[in-house]
Ligand binder design. Structure first.
Ligand code: FES
Length: 104
């Protein structure tokens, strides 16, 4: 399974992401610029912020209640399909998902 990150400078990075791994874990493991994952996925840093491509937003689903609160403190500002990527776990339904890394 794979996912694609679109960077602020126009580059795109596509990575293999095993089922069950979060997009934050995959991004930090491969050094995707702009994804820090400072808290390790415990929903307390918001440095894993991504904007889900609108075509994938339904499948990725809405943020959870606590994630909602954290999205309000993202450095780049929240967008309609913003998510914290530590909360998006790869699954068959998300194979091929495209997200954008917001400019910090
Ligand atoms: S890694 Fe900290 S909130 Fe996602």
């Amino acid at each position: 399974m794979h996912a694609t990150w679109k960077l602020a400078d126009g580059r795109e990075i596509t990575l293999d992401v095993p089922e069950g791994e979060s997009l934050m874990q995959a991004a930090t493991r491969h050094g995707v610029p702009g994804i820090i994952g400072e808290c390790g996925g415990s929903l307390s840093c918001a440095t894993c912020h991504v904007v889900v491509d609108p075509a994938w937003a339904d499948r990725a689903g809405p943020p959870g209640a606590f994630e909602e609160d954290m999205l309000d403190i993202t450095e780049a500002g929240r967008e309609p399909t913003s998510r914290l990527s530590c909360q998006i776990r790869m699954s068959a339904a998300l194979d091929g998902i495209v997200v954008r890394v917001p400019q910090g």
